[in-house]
Design a binder for this molecule. Structure first.
Ligand code: F6R
Length: 600
């Protein structure tokens, strides 16, 4: 969701900005723009659509060693050239890009800017117009910026240029992520490190309510109150090759294939020198002191949380509730006496989850974030973090992060159980090793899933996924995958629930994917399949070896019952992938979606 880049240095900024924006494409966007400053002023290029469309309109001959760029995911105002960033003040002196939402923009417009004519429908434009207004009233640019920031309510990561003033990128953030990158004779600004890995791996974290002045040779950080802040840079532990597609047609397929490796990496990382699974004892004590765990997450991470509930309750015997982050803030259940909050988030930046984190921290409850991104907002702000070690996930549809989340939650559950002397009855390291092998087998059987998806999903506008128990949770994820990248309407249902209403939608040929990986409900789910087949549905049963029957379309290798989601989700991910390919969809960048949802 919206991305920002900036460059100030020795080289022409244009290509660095455009490449940076391409690296941010994965976050999701609908328009893009750049502004380049040279001795003649600031030159703005913006366009609705892809970065490739923006490239087509950028003047090849223009050069300028300072610039800012933006990918926009529309919130206020339709996706259009006019609403794209950068936005300029009325005189054109100030040029600004912004990520986030200014909640009081209409109020500010009325109170301070009634005589200014606005060119866009965005909340952003109010920021750049306010800066200019305060400068016209006699404030220095920095003071005008500071005054503007004190008036804003909401979230922002922003950067602006002053055509008439010094060669500086003015930067600030509140709630939305933003980093400054350091180089020799240049400095950069980026929503995430990936965008600027092309020029540096040294970054400085920015905190909320800080103002940062970035020049070619220096970075000055001030708190909004005026106090100067010192901060050491960190090295982004990312390999540039991690974020390349290689020979894969889409990142999603690459990331599906990476899952066995990720599981092995997780086993390795969470093992101590004696080869036992191990987690910081302070985290384990905090988990075991809780009388109830509240898992907070969104989308795919929420679906992983549901499987996590099963794992924690079964192994560590602690009751767990799983909540959708965007609902929790204003619809909070009655909490137990000693709750622990676990935030699951691939990006670590999801605004809905962060809102809950801020709230429960104010209430004084312990918090743990499970995330793929070290140094992300949810990681920094929670008491504890467990990392996924899945490597960058670029495709908008989450795949390897989902399985990594489940694997880490399984390890957390087992270590917490063992710590208090509970017997789990199995050796998790070994079982996860078998999971990795099973995933590999599935990744090697792609052609079968491709054929199934062709036969099964080519002429449909809807599809249902059914399962019982833990399979039901995987069905929620399978249906989310299918709908988000292929645009086929898909829903996941508890096997027994379909007949309480939704069965009315079953027609001749309606595709039903059924999961059968749990011995205790194998016959019941097959009974549910019969109910829909009797009404014309076209079934695709995916079962686990040992529970399989003749009618099954696909059989996954046998793994421990509790860990089946790690394996059964793979054919569902592939089914979604091939269905999307068949329909000619842009698999990695599905319409309307953002990878990092940084607004509430
Ligand atoms: C779906 C997907 C989203 C995310 C959700 C939360 O494939 O990726 O549903 O899971 O937006 O994002 P994170 O995990 O970054 O908090």
């Amino acid at each position: 969701m919206c991305g920002i880049v900036g460059y100030i240095g020795n080289h022409d900024s244009k290509e660095i900005l455009l490449k940076g924006l391409e690296k941010l494409e994965y976050r999701g966007y609908d328009s893009a723009g750049i502004a380049v400053r040279n001795e003649k002023g600031v030159h703005v290029f913006k366009e609705k659509g892809r970065i490739a469309d923006l490239r087509n309109i950028v003047d090849d001959h223009l050069t300028g060693k300072t610039g800012i760029g933006h990918t926009r995911w529309a919130t206020h105002g339709i996706p259009s050239k006019v609403n794209s960033h950068p936005h300029q003040s009325a005189s054109g002196r100030f040029t600004l890009v912004h990520n986030g939402v200014i909640e009081n923009y209409e109020l500010l417009q009325k109170e301070y800017l009634a005589d200014v004519s606005f060119t866009s429908e965005t909340d952003t434009e109010v920021i750049v117009q306010l800066i200019e207004k305060f400068v016209l009233e006699g404030l220095e640019v920095l003071e005008a910026f500071r005054k503007t920031l004190t008036l804003l309510h909401g979230s922002y990561a922003l950067a602006f240029l002053d055509a008439a003033g010094s060669d500086t990128i003015y930067v600030a953030k509140n709630k939305s992520p933003l980093l400054v990158g350091l180089g020799k004779d240049f400095n950069v600004v980026a929503s995430d490190a990936m965008a600027m890995l092309q020029v540096t791996d040294q970054f400085v974290e920015l905190m909320d309510k800080e103002i940062v002045l970035v020049t070619q040779n220096g970075v000055t950080i001030q708190h909004l109150s005026g106090q100067t802040m010192e901060r050491k840079p960190f090295k982004a532990e990312l390999d540039a090759s991690d974020i390349e597609k290689g020979t894969y047609p889409f990142y999603m397929l690459k990331e599906i294939d990476e899952q066995p490796l990720v599981i092995r990496k997780i086993i390795q990382t969470y093992q101590n020198e004696q080869g036992q699974l191990s987690i910081d004892p302070e985290i384990i004590e905090t988990v075991n002191q809780a009388d109830r765990i509240y898992i907070i997450a969104a989308g795919t991470s929420y679906n992983a949380g549901l499987v996590g509930k099963q794992l924690i309750e079964t192994l560590a015997k602690i009751p767990v509730e799983v909540h959708i982050a965007s609902e929790f803030s204003y619809n909070m259940p009655l909490l137990s006496a000693k709750p622990l909050f676990i935030f699951i988030s691939q990006s670590g930046e999801t605004a809905d989850s962060r809102a809950v984190l801020v709230h429960v921290k104010e209430l004084g409850y312990p918090t743990l974030t499970v995330t793929n991104v070290p140094g992300s907002t949810l990681s920094r702000e929670a008491d504890y973090t467990l990392l996924l070690h899945a490597g960058p996930e670029i495709a908008v549809a989450s795949t390897k992060a989902y399985t990594a989340q489940i694997a880490v939650l399984a390890i957390l559950s087992e270590v917490a159980a063992k710590y208090k002397g509970l017997e789990t009855g199995f050796e998790l390291t070994q079982e996860l090793g078998l999971v990795a092998n099973a995933m590999e087998t599935l990744c090697d059987s792609k052609e079968i899933i491709e054929i199934i998806s062709k036969e099964f999903l080519s002429v449909t506008h809807n599809c249902f996924f059914i399962g019982r128990g833990i399979d039901y949770y995987v069905c929620l994820e399978g249906s989310l995958k299918l709908k988000e990248i292929s645009y086929i309407q898909a829903e996941g249902f508890a096997g027994g629930e379909l007949k309480h209403g939704t069965i009315a939608l079953i027609e001749e040929g309606t595709p039903i994917v059924a999961l059968a990986t749990q011995a205790s409900v194998n016959l019941s789910i097959r009974g549910n399949v019969k109910e829909v087949v009797a009404r014309g549905a076209n079934p695709c049963i995916i079962s686990m070896n040992g529970l399989n029957m003749d009618e099954d379309s696909f059989v996954i290798p046998e793994v421990h019952e509790l860990l089946t989601p790690l394996v059964s989700v793979v054919p569902l991910q592939l089914l979604a992938y091939y269905a999307a390919i068949q329909r000619g969809c842009d698999v990695d960048k599905p319409r309307n979606l953002a990878k990092s949802v940084t607004v509430e």
